[in-house]
Design a protein around this ligand. Structure first.
Ligand code: A3P
Length: 302
């Protein structure tokens, strides 16, 4: 146990989640059509949840009757590790209907610690959303102030040090990202690696890639009818943030306020929070950790 986290396998896990992670590893049975969204915290998980949900359910719901208007995306796509399994360890039992398939799940668990049935015995697909580490760090630092049982308060400078030491929830950051990155290179049909910055920069291209990958490609007719733009608007930061459900209320799974997941939604906000020396320190460490991987991050110099 260190900085309030338990070290489990190769990652830092909130102590109250370790038992759930173990149950998930031992019992989760992936199905071929399952889609799993994986991410390091604060990389844009909630945005991708809204997008995946909208892409997959677009023939069932329109922008005016989608459950997204009344539910925080975390309620629609549960995290394995936050969802308690029953004693006979059935998959998460919640209010979501998985009819029709596919089932959608999400997780912050690193690739190396994923359940075997996900990695080896099923054809399920994994979508990974990554984000440049400087923005992840700044986003997390702000998010930490929402935690109901916050153990310590860190200055930004202290938090930069912790990040560089790999002490982040579900981190080290580089292990997390590289685990999925390498798998996406080796098995591109299994893991799709997306970048937050590219989603912002070139939304249509990226969202088409996502829809193709999960087996719900947009038809020409849909494109000409503006379906992609509708999904983009529905899932935009400003739209989601302003929904009543996201302004008020808390998540059952972790007691956090829905609004804590919507801060700025910008690329490069780190310049407003990190001094040049903090940014330089982070860039040096990240360059070293990601050297030779072929992975670079936009809008930072690492
Ligand atoms: P910031 O703190 O930089 O604003 P996660 O969902 O993985 O916890 O990531 C949260 C980050 O994604 C926050 O970043 C949040 O504001 C941003 N975000 C939330 N909804 C978004 C959306 N619809 N589009 C883009 N970014 C979004």
């Amino acid at each position: 146990l260190k900085f309030g986290m338990s070290q489990y396998q190769d990652f830092w896990c909130p102590p109250n989640l370790v038992a759930n992670v173990i149950r998930f590893q031992q019992h989760f049975q992936a199905q071929d059509h399952d889609i799993i969204l994986a991410s390091h915290p604060k990389s844009g998980t909630i945005w991708l949840k809204a997008l995946l949900y909208s892409i997959i359910n677009r023939h069932r719901y329109t922008s005016s009757n989608t459950p997204l208007l009344n539910s925080n995306p975390h309620q629609l796509i549960p995290f394995f590790e936050f969802t308690l399994y029953s004693s006979d360890t059935k998959p998460p039992n919640n209010s979501i209907s998985y009819d029709p398939s596919p089932r959608l799940f999400s997780t912050h668990i690193p690739y190396a610690s994923m359940a075997d049935s996900i990695k080896h015995s099923s054809k399920c697909k994994i979508v990974y959303i990554s984000r440049n580490p400087l923005d992840v760090l700044v986003s997390f630092w702000h998010f930490a102030s929402w935690q109901p049982e916050r153990i310590e308060e860190w200055t930004m400078e202290e938090y930069v040090e912790k990040f560089c030491n790999g002490e982040t929830v579900f981190g080290p950051f580089w292990n997390h990202v590289l685990g999925y990155w390498k798998e996406s290179l080796e098995k591109p049909e299994k893991v799709l690696f997306l970048k937050y910055e590219e989603m912002k920069e070139d939304f249509v291209v990226q969202v088409k890639k996502l829809a193709d990958f999960v087996g719900f490609p947009f038809s020409r007719e849909e494109e000409s009818q503006g379906v992609i733009e509708q999904i983009s608007n529905l899932c935009s930061f400003s739209n989601l943030k302003d929904l009543d459900v996201n302004k008020h209320g808390k998540l059952m799974s972790n007691g956090l306020e829905n609004k804590s997941y919507f801060r700025k939604g910008k690329v490069g906000d780190w310049v407003n929070h990190l001094s040049p020396s903090m940014a330089a320190r982070l860039n040096t460490v990240m360059k070293e950790k990601f050297r030779g991987s072929g992975l670079t991050f936009e809008r930072s110099s690492c």
